[in-house]
Design a protein around this ligand. Sequence first.
Ligand SMILES: Nc1ncnc2c1ncn2[C@@H]1O[C@H](COP(=O)(O)OP(=O)(O)OP(=O)(O)O)[C@@H](O)[C@H]1O
Length: 136
Amino acid sequence: MSERTLVLVKPDGVSRGLVGEVISRIERKGLTLAALELKTVERAVAEQHYAEHDGRPFFESLLEFITSGPVVALVAEGPRAISAFRQVAGGTDPVDKAVPGSIRGDFGLEVQYNLVHGSDSPESAEREIKLWFPNL
Ligand SMILES: Nc1ncnc2c1ncn2[C@@H]1O[C@H](COP(=O)(O)OP(=O)(O)OP(=O)(O)O)[C@@H](O)[C@H]1O
């Protein structure tokens, strides 16, 4: 059964020129693109996107970071797309958790600047796809 997931190439990934690399890895995994857009995030959207982290010590800095420059938002589709992309991305901490061969493991150093976001559950995916692509 096919599933959809919301992926972001965060501002660090865009500014470092890793958009093509991320898309290439998504496609090589076998997922297909259902939507793709470059956009600068308004704070209100960022707050909704990261609502579950409201109150955490890094929340404000995370909002500043995600609104600091353009991001690439995309919807990837395929069997077990949510888990499949999280495997391609690697663990949240690019050094302690993400393994070599994953996007974060290959290109990341710091937990905040971990290059990509991927939905973590079917409920999050549905909520995030509606938030980023209301017309999809
Ligand atoms: N301790 C921290 N310090 C700074 N930033 C953090 C920290 N923990 C998480 N973050 C940032 O907040 C984002 C969301 O954290 P979460 O725990 O949901 O990780 P994730 O699910 O791997 O990442 P994402 O939701 O972006 O895919 C992380 O991707 C990272 O950019």
